[in-house]
Design a protein around this ligand. Sequence first.
Ligand SMILES: Cc1ncc(COP(=O)(O)O)c(C=O)c1O
Length: 407
Amino acid sequence: MGGSVNEQLKQRAQRVIPNGMYGHMSVQMQSPRTPQFFSKAKGAHMWDYEGHRYIDYLCAFGPNLLGYAHEEIDGAYIAQMKQGDSVTGPSGKMVELCEAYVDQITHADWVMTCKNGTDATTMALMTARAHRDKRKVLLASGAYHGAATWCTPVPKGTLPEERAHFIYYQYNDVESLNAALDEAGDDLAGIFAAPFKHDFMTPQELPTQAYADAVRRACDDKDALLIVDDVRAGFRMERNCSWHALNVEPDLSTWGKSLANGHPLSCLMGNDRARDAAGSIFVTGSFWFAAAPMAAALKTLEIIQSTDYLERTVAMGERLRDGIAGISKDSGVPIHQSGPPQMPIIMITDEEGQVDNKGCVAFCDKLLDHGVFFHPYHNMFLTSAMTDGDIDQTLEAISKVVPALAR
Ligand SMILES: Cc1ncc(COP(=O)(O)O)c(C=O)c1O
């Protein structure tokens, strides 16, 4: 078998994994030479099997908040592993962690831990329906809430009946929200809202105050539950639920990805209004109560509380954004940037401002040669482990590859 180690792994994977890879970590929609497999990661960097180092702007699609292989966090994880991880019952770390989140997150009066973001969003859906035994749930069209049968973006293998009671509205559009509310009538169980519009392949949008207020008011009026899905943006916008800055507190919030800085943990948090409903549904999982990721999450939260990780990450995002805007202006190559600077989506557009898909793929492909790993369609993530040097290297790389895009 010839080719690079990455190519060899891809070929072997074709035999033993359907399509060689599935889900969001498949590189099928990226350029053919995008590495699929990585040998190691530290801080803000990851290495492919050929030994190339990349500044990683995907951060494992979110979990890497404070740096890969973080010594204190992984130290807490390893220490707990030695004490006990998956045991017949949880450790006291579970109570300690739930107490810590209730103290930290304004709207939270209770917490239920689980493993993946989809576990948390599915529990939120069930809790909303259990709250007053109502059926209709409003979802923003195009928003991602996971890969269960009720929400996977590719419906193959699911039944239309599984989505029979969802009503879709446009994010940030109060008129379309009101139309969906009318359709739900007295049967509204809940409304899902992403902290900001972070849909795949589209420019991102921050929420307007009018939209966030309208969603909260509708849930109050109809005794339904407001769910903020913070799985992707949790602790990247705020040290609280992401809508705290808008002065809008949800009844439920869903978390995952960054909670334990890469160790598998997610959770549903809720207020007292939703407590009985959450207590009435049956949910569980073999690994949901494992103690080591909880030890890692406690250490992660300690760092969130005691350092300027967030301000640093935002400052680096702004530096990147400003630098790219300058390169775009000087070169005449339209580069569209949207989303919070620490979770940007960066897209090549045509003269009319339409996303140039081929241009996006070519841009990311060329950046690989300069040790920069970008994604053509998905929002990206900065980590507090990045340094000014990483941002400078990224900007230098962009200024080198942009002239080729102009041609
Ligand atoms: C907003 C949002 N909700 C839910 C999920 C599902 O999380 P997981 O992939 O951990 O199941 C994701 C994952 O990307 C997400 O971004």
